[in-house]
Write a protein of this length. Structure first.
Length: 159
DNA sequence: GCCAACGTTGGC
DNA sequence: GCCAACGTTGGC
């Protein structure tokens, strides 16, 4: 089991949207490094749901992977911003996951708070200039995050 | 709105 | 394969 941090702009798709849907396809990732992380996700992995490009940015809640290696449907949708003309149904370029809503934090863990607890090497999202939208989180950092935020889900973060 | 960081594109 | 130009992300 692995922990991840997944970024999204709440104006586009935030934790409230996932709560409404309960299960959502994490579509629209068009960066190979992020995609490779998505492809390595396993059912049952937890994702810290990070709100970017908002005030203040930070971790807003928690999601869980319920399906892996999902073919991102938006790559075939000519009307989508994420349409990829080089992708074919036989050889899709973009795979992703389905996430299930777990919980929303009563109080967002702001980027500022994250920076006060973690160094750049401990949690990549605090590193200036990091644009990667899917980031692995070590067990150690996940354990600390779970203590910093008011999570209600029971965890066994260290394995 | 600015701009640093950095990924991608395309000419050569 | 290099690298300049360009586009995007995302904090501030």
């Amino acid at each position: 089991m692995t922990y991840w941090l997944i970024k999204s702009e709440p104006d586009v798709y935030g934790i409230d949207d996932l709560k409404k849907e309960q299960v959502g396809v994490w579509d629209g990732v068009r960066n190979y490094q992020a995609r490779n992380y998505l492809k390595s996700m396993q059912t049952g992995d937890y994702c810290f749901f990070y709100h970017s490009n908002t005030k203040p940015p930070g971790i807003a809640g928690l999601a869980k992977i319920v399906e892996t290696m999902v073919v991102d449907p938006s790559q075939f949708d000519i009307n989508s911003d994420y349409f990829d003309p080089k992708s074919t149904v036989d050889a899709p370029r973009w795979h992703t996951v389905k996430c299930q809503y777990v919980e929303t934090l009563p109080e967002l863990i702001s980027l500022e708070t994250l920076r006060s607890h973690f160094g750049e090497d401990e949690l990549l999202v605090v590193k200036r200039g990091t644009r990667l939208s899917v980031i692995p989180v070590s067990f150690e950092s996940a354990d600390r995050l779970l203590k910093i935020g008011a999570f209600t889900t029971a965890f066994q973060p260290l394995m």
